[in-house]
Design a protein around this ligand. Structure first.
Ligand SMILES: [Fe+2]
Length: 444
């Protein structure tokens, strides 16, 4: 083992970082090696980048933050910074850019990674905020995993024969349904202590919520199909004004990738059609659709704070956990994460992942829309750059929580926040409902 100046903790952290970087890269390679070069440079949807853009962008961010900033090394390819700047290049325009062709993109990310492993050997985890606890490395690991999920969503939009295979998710092990009552009171939202938590998850702060009820499980395909069957898509009473206008304009009648199949529905997932299964969480719905369903069901979407309290608050101790099941990292027993399976698991499949209040499948399966617009927690400070979160704050984006089957565990925690436009549904998005407690319920 290499001698280091920062003791056994530094050695362990270095090994952890190396493992996580390698794990992310192995996934990136799976996502970019399963198709040929022509497929990598093609744009499969105007919503998405060509896969080869994501690939080199992952390397470019790694070069900017780790090679140049943390390592203080010479640039590898300063000339391409602009091409892979997500803010300068809108997704729809990316195919027309003079992008690195696949062989060069692969060589570039490999060169960057080589330099990163070299500098990781010699890095000292000082108290400089960017390197303390390996933060910048953790940020880059999460960035690559987030793009891997984006690339998986691109694959879901790809036409042509299926290229992925994975075992189906586990079958239900317990019966799960109904709602859980969450008593009124304070809980701690956000975190100060999770070393790789991003700026928008910080700081920890106390939030008081009145009593409410939240669904024990995400809304299932069967429940959502009932909304469709009862004319939910054709009744403006259930929709927000903006949602109804969007529904009309786009002619929405069902989740993305659903098609009528005889008496029921079929769902296209990664190039294969399968009957829509009743007990799986619905996926590929927009915030507008989720909101309309909730109104039809006599409920509403949970606020972000309601989601997080249901996921993290332990009434026995009063503290907030990292995950519903405790502070330990997710295993395959806890949640459907990390592209181990290619669709959400049926409700009841993860009893080991239940929260102290008895709420299931908060982590994994589907990103869950909340009613909350994306803003900084009280006391927020942008770190290490405004473009990670702060420039997205405001009324345009709604927060999603909990991660999906396509989210890696490195980029998923009880505090992790995602955000998107309310029209978006190419992401692995579903939801659960909540409601205010009635007077009798509240006094229970
Ligand atoms: Fe990015």
């Amino acid at each position: 083992m290499t001698e280091t100046t920062d003791g056994p903790d530094g050695v362990r952290l270095r090994e952890h970082i190396a493992t996580e970087l390698a794990r992310a890269r192995a996934r990136t390679e799976v996502l970019t090696d399963v198709v040929d070069d022509a497929d990598l440079v093609r744009q499969h949807s105007p919503l998405m980048s060509p896969l080869v853009w994501d690939l080199a962008h992952v390397g470019n961010q790694e070069e900017l933050w780790l090679v140049r900033d943390v390592g203080g090394r010479e640039p590898v390819r300063q000339d391409i910074d602009e091409l892979y700047d997500a803010f300068k290049q809108p997704r729809r325009d990316r195919p027309a850019l003079p992008l690195l062709p696949p062989p060069q993109a692969r060589a570039y990310v490999a060169t960057v990674r080589d330099k990163v492993f070299d500098l990781l050997d010699g890095v000292t985890f000082t108290d400089r905020r960017l390197v303390a606890d390996g933060f910048a490395f953790g940020m880059i690991v999460q960035h690559e995993q987030q793009h891997d999920e984006t690339m998986l969503a691109t694959h879901q939009l790809r036409s042509g024969p299926a290229v992925f295979d994975a075992p189906p998710p586990p079958e239900p092990r317990v019966r799960v349904g109904g709602e859980v009552l969450v008593p009124a009171g304070e809980f701690t939202m956000g975190t100060d202590t999770d070393p790789w938590a991003l700026d928008n998850e910080r700081p920890a702060h106390r939030v008081h919520l009145p009593v409410y009820l939240i669904d024990t499980a995400p809304v299932t395909n069967a429940a959502y199909a009932a909304f469709i069957a009862e004319g939910g898509y054709h009744d403006p009473r259930w929709w927000s004004a903006a949602g109804w206008a969007h529904r009309q304009e786009m002619g929405l009648t069902a989740p993305l990738h659903w098609h009528p199949d005889g008496q029921g529905w079929a769902y296209r997932r990664f190039g294969r059609w399968a009957p829509v299964r009743d007990d799986e969480p619905v996926v590929h719905v927009s915030w507008y659709e989720a909101q309309a369903y909730a109104a039809w069901a006599g409920k509403r979407l949970p606020t972000e704070a309601e989601w997080e309290k249901a996921a993290r608050w332990d009434p026995a101790t009063g503290r907030s956990r990292r995950y519903p099941w405790g502070d330990g990292d997710p295993t395959t027993n806890h949640a459907n994460l990390g592209q181990q399976h290619l669709w959400p698991a049926p409700v009841g499949a993860y009893p080991a992942g239940v929260s102290p209040l008895g709420v299931h499948q908060l982590i994994g399966d589907v990103w869950e829309w909340t009613s909350t617009t994306f803003r900084g927690h009280p006391g927020f400070t942008a770190f290490p750059y405004r473009e990670y979160s702060e420039v997205f704050f405001g009324d345009d984006y709604r927060v999603l929580r909990g991660g999906s089957f396509g989210t890696d565990r490195a980029a998923c925690r009880g505090t992790f926040r995602n955000w998107d436009y309310p029209i978006r549904r190419q992401i692995f998005s579903g939801f659960r409902c909540a409601r205010d407690a009635g007077p009798e319920e509240a006094s229970e």
